[in-house]
Ligand binder design. Structure first.
Ligand code: FMN
Length: 217
């Protein structure tokens, strides 16, 4: 698959088959993603891959923490966001809701508990950033994330970035035995999507360039 086809057709999947993904395939995706650009080629991302029964054990711990603390998916902003962005988020949720309801599920429950269960994916990639880096180096992590999701798609797998885990970073560091000095940036669920589930037909829209780009000529 060429890169433009992958960019046009990739979507986030939110239901995975309970089937292992060959470790070599994950290794290939990580090798592909390691080609992502980063400032001074520092490659500041630090990766942990959690597979199979360990992934399930971690999800149990996260769902317990969710029941206790109840932090849900959201923009994670310290201050109210400009309305343009909130409208886009609302539209995404509105468009997703009927597909989730058609599976007999409640939207909030499906997305929050689903995220911490990695939507059943057999593999999760956790990306950490050392706390000594300035917040600008999250750009490098984002570039790595973009490469992972495209490489997974091009290799016939589905993925979903899961940011909700950052609200449960203490539990994850504890599970992985990782120092507090490593900031959890993002996780990415990877697996074979369950194509019989209607949520996996969901394709988000994008704002037109006229809304997002200002030309200075
Ligand atoms: C940083 C980041 C965090 C995200 N966190 C979550 C999450 O916790 N749960 C979830 O279901 N999707 C999550 N997503 C997926 C987004 O909802 C999705 O990328 C967006 O709606 C666009 O849809 P698409 O990926 O299908 O193009 C996240 C995506 C990014 C980039």
């Amino acid at each position: 698959m060429d890169v433009l086809t992958a960019m046009k057709n990739r979507t986030s999947f939110r239901s995975f088959l309970d089937e292992p993904v060959p470790v070599d395939m994950i290794k290939n995706i990580l090798e592909d993603a390691s080609r992502a650009p980063s400032a001074l080629n520092m490659q500041p991302w630090e990766i942990n891959v959690v597979l199979g029964s360990e992934r399930k054990r971690l999800s149990k711990k996260l769902l317990k923490a969710f029941k206790e603390r109840g932090i849900t998916c959201g923009p994670g902003a310290a201050r109210p966001l400009p309305e343009t962005f909130m409208l886009r988020a609302r539209k995404c949720a509105e468009d997703m809701t009927p597909l989730i309801n058609s599976m007999g599920q409640d939207f909030k429950k499906y997305v929050n508990e689903g995220s911490l269960g990695f939507y059943g994916a057999p593999c999760v990639i956790f990306v950490f950033l050392d706390e000594s880096f300035p917040c600008e180096r999250m750009v490098d992590v984002g570039s790595f994330l973009g490469f992972v999701v495209l490489a997974a798609f091009a290799r016939g797998l589905g993925s979903c970035p899961i940011g909700l885990v950052t609200s449960y970073a203490d539990e994850i560091r504890d599970f992985l035995n990782i120092s507090d000095s490593k900031k959890l940036a993002i996780s990415i669920a990877i697996g074979k999507p369950d194509l019989s589930k209607s949520i996996n037909n969901f394709k988000t829209i994008r704002a037109p360039l006229s809304e997002t780009v200002r030309w200075v000529d």
